[in-house]
Design a protein around this ligand. Structure first.
Ligand SMILES: [Zn+2]
Length: 183
């Protein structure tokens, strides 16, 4: 667990870029899976950057972490017994480190890759194509699969700097995210 105060977070300008990347990733992923707006609202998810994370949502290394909160009815949701809520926790510090070390990598295409990748995970969780309780081997296989799907989705995107990001991930072999379940 990291002390948040010591970690660099996105500036206001960078947050605008990240928000635009999130909007585009949502559109690309829903188009890819041909989901309607209402289908897309299930499962419920939220995407947060470091400034809005709790200490136990911060990790060292990965660019993002998906936390599944197992929802309990709290009176506010009519007719629902239980639901899962996914929080995509963007790790600003890890992304900023890459941008600093790799001048050819820009925030928009890099953020687009990370968020698209995380949304693909969430769609696959919600369709039971991926299990939160998978073995390490299954998780690694799934991570490769999600990278492949992400590349397929982003291959046709004509965003400046996309090619450099796809090249960067072309040789990537470790997970870019953590998964955690909080009851
Ligand atoms: Zn992943």
């Amino acid at each position: 667990m990291q002390k948040k105060a010591s970690l660099p977070t996105f500036t206001a300008d960078e947050l605008v870029v990240v928000n635009n990347a999130v909007a585009m990733a949502e559109e690309l992923v829903s188009n890819h899976y041909k989901m309607s707006a209402s289908q897309w609202l299930h499962p419920k998810y939220d995407i947060k950057t470091l400034a809005d994370l709790n200490p136990n949502e911060i990790v060292d290394g990965p660019f993002a972490q998906i936390i599944r909160y197992e929802g309990k009815p709290d009176g506010g949701i009519l007719g629902s017994s239980s639901y899962d809520f996914y929080k995509v926790c963007i790790q600003d510090h890890a992304i900023l480190e890459v941008l600093q070390a790799q001048p050819e990598i820009a925030l928009f295409p890099f953020g687009l890759y990370v968020v698209t990748h995380e949304l693909v995970h969430i769609v696959r969780f919600s369709r039971f194509l991926q299990s939160f309780n998978a073995t390490e081997l299954e998780k690694r296989t799934e991570e490769h699969r999600v990278h492949r799907i992400t590349r397929t989705i982003l291959d046709s995107v004509k965003t400046p700097g996309m090619h450099a990001v796809l090249t960067y991930y072309g040789t990537w072999h470790s997970p870019i995210d953590g998964l955690k379940s909080i009851p």
